[in-house]
Design a binder for this molecule. Structure first.
Ligand code: HSE
Length: 323
């Protein structure tokens, strides 16, 4: 039997304005897909991990399995569980690199979910039973991609919904409920910002005054999501620490944010490390109008953009089809 599986994992919005490195949510689309085939090579102790093809990356990502996020995390998992199998991977990159949409996280999560599903079927005693236990592997992929093993993209890509990373050491990840009717608008201007660079420009020390404002907002955001209080969510989506610095890397940021707010968004901020910008709204209709206005503003600045509107993706990775 051809032991092949195809898995989709979603793009994510990390930080959610005030929650740098500790908050994120998954969106409906775009997302990356991995087609993975389990391989047996009798006589070899470990058949290894091979990347057959990458589609949609414009040749930017390495095919060398020791240099690509998706293969490295899959390899680490297979090694840790001492699997007798190897895999061949085809990666479909459906979102640009350096977009602020959690591109590396989506690939890593798709790969991990795919390999674990194959293990569940063909080597079940070695499969990981709890989805959360795949998270440390995915975080290692982030370390490779940008030098920091943050979890605010990989956790929502893996678990779906809104996720809070309460602590990194020990890792403590909490899923936060999504109020009914909440919609996300995400716009990706065609400008590239590498996460590694967007992290290196941040201040390492902040004032007590800023910290107080920021943790008030973070707590307010969590309370607002839990209580389904849209106004509280909106007024908590303020970032006094990261946005003032990173927004300088995004041409037109202030005007695009103003268009989103004028069109009725609850709040608006940088998606992850940018340049994508996201807004939350209390209906699909408003989210669409917000998107139109944001795109017009970028258009007036001669900046092309891609627009994504969806509810909050509660599912995380999913099997697309099987052969
Ligand atoms: N929390 C991360 C950052 C997300 O803002 O740098 C980007 O991957």
């Amino acid at each position: 039997m051809d032991k092949t599986i195809r898995v989709f994992a979603p793009a994510t919005v990390a930080n959610v304005a005030c929650g740098f490195d500790i908050m994120g949510f998954a969106i409906g689309n775009p997302g990356d897909e991995v087609v993975m085939q389990l391989c047996e090579k009798p006589g070899l102790a470990r058949p290894g991990v091979v990347i057959k093809r990458i589609i949609g990356d414009e040749g930017k990502l390495p095919l060398n399995p020791d240099k690509n996020t998706v293969s490295i995390v899959v390899k680490q998992l297979l090694e840790q569980v001492q699997s007798d199998y190897g895999v061949e991977i085809t990666l479909y990159k459906n979102m640009p690199l350096g977009s602020g949409l959690g591109s590396s996280a989506a690939s890593a999560v798709a790969g991990l979910y795919a390999v674990n599903e194959l293990l569940l079927r063909y080597e079940p005693e070695k499969a990981i039973r709890k989805r959360e236990d795949l998270l440390p592997f995915a975080m290692e992929g982030e370390r490779l991609a940008c030098g920091s093993a943050h979890a605010d993209n990989v956790a929502p890509a893996l678990l779906g919904g809104f996720v809070l990373v309460r602590s990194y050491d020990p890792l403590d990840v909490i899923r936060i409920p999504t109020p009914e009717g909440l919609f996300a608008t995400v716009i990706h201007p065609h400008v590239e910002v590498q996460t590694r660079d967007a992290r290196s420009i941040l201040r390492k020390r902040i004032s007590l005054e800023d910290a107080t404002i920021q943790w008030g907002n973070t707590a307010g955001l969590i309370a607002g999501l839990w209580q389904g209080d849209f106004e509280l969510i909106g007024r908590s989506m303020q970032d006094v620490i990261i946005e003032p610095i990173r927004s300088l890397l995004i041409p037109g940021f202030d005007s695009v944010k103003a268009s989103a707010m004028n069109a009725g968004a609850l709040g608006c901020g940088i998606s992850g490390s940018g340049p994508s910008i996201f807004a939350l709204s209390k209906s699909q209709e408003v989210a669409e109008e917000v998107g139109r206005k944001m795109q017009n503003t970028f258009g007036a600045l001669n900046i092309d953009s891609d627009l994504y509107i969806s509810g909050i993706n509660q599912q995380g990775p999913r099997i697309v089809n099987e052969q």
